[in-house]
Design a protein. Sequence first.
Length: 338
Amino acid sequence: MTAFRMPAEWSAHEGCLMAWPTRVDLWDGVLDAVKREYADVARTVARFEPVTMVAPPGFGDDARAHCGDTVSVVELPLDDSWFRDSAPLFVLDGDGRRAGVDFRFNAWGRKHHPYDSDDRISALLLEHLGVDRIASDMILEGGAITVDGEGTLITTEQCLLHPNRNPELTREQIEAELKARLGVEKVIWLPYGGLLDTETDGHVDGVCAFAAPGKVVVSLPEDPEHPDYARMRANRAVLEATTDARGRALEIVDIPQTVFTEVAGGRVEVSYLNYYVANGGVVVPVAGGPQDMAALELIAGAYPDRKVVGVPAPVIAYGGGGVHCITQQIPAAARPDA
C-alpha cells in the first residue's frame, strides 16, 4: 500500500476550498452579515492563492455577487459551511501524488440536522477535483487536529474522546487510525479545547497550532478570570513535557491576548488561533479590539516569512468558529512530468 502523509498547513498550496453559508437556523438574523465576513475571508485568501467557494445548488450567483471575480464558485449539495471539518483531508505520497482522506462527518455529534450532504461532500469534492479517495469509517473533523508534516499530530482529549464521535473506538484505536490514514507517527493529546467551545467539543484549532517543525503557537489567556486560564496552562504543561516525532523539544509561542465581543445580543469569543496559513500569508480572525494588533504581531513573529492579515470575524465566531474553520487547503501535488 502506498504510504501517504498529511503535509503541514504551511506547505505549498494549489488552492483553498470554502463553502457558502446558507443554513438559516444557524445564522438566523445574521445571515447577511456572515455572508459579508465569509466573502471578506475568501477575497483575502485569494490575494495569496486561488479560492474555490462551493455553494449549494441555486446559491452560486449569491456567492459570486458577494465574493467578486477573484473567487471561483461551483455548486454542490451542502448542509453547512464549515469546510475545515466536512471537506477531505489531503495527503501526499513520497512522489508528491495527492489523495484525499474521506472521514465520516456527523455534525459535531449530531448537533445539526440534516448533515447527510456534508457527510458526502468529501467524496463529491474529490470527484470534482479528480483526486483519489481514501475512505475511513472514523468520524473526524479537520479542526480537531494540527500536524507538522513530519510525523507529529496534536489533538484534544476533550474532542476526540467525546462519546458523540466514535464511542465504539478506544483511544488506542483512534490513534491507530490517525496514524494509518494521515501518516503520522506520534499523537500528542492535549487535555483541553476551549471551555466555551461547546459547538465542536473543544477543537484543537482554537487553542494550538503547529507553526513550523518543532514550533507551536498556543492560546494562554493572561486574565485569571478567563474560563480557560487554568486549562490552557495544563495544555502548555503537556507540550513542555513532550517531544515531537523527531525527538525535538517544542518551541512554544504564547498568545496571551483574548477578545470577546457581542453579536446578536450574545457574547462571543473570537479566537486568534483560528487562522489560515496561505501561500505567503496568514489570515487571522480579529474583532476590532485593542488586543488585535498585539496578537497579530505575535503570530507574525511565528511566521516570519509570511504577511499576516487580520479579517473581521465576530459573526463567524457567533456561529461557532473562525477563519480556520471555514477554509481547507489543497496541497500542491507534484507535476506529472516532474
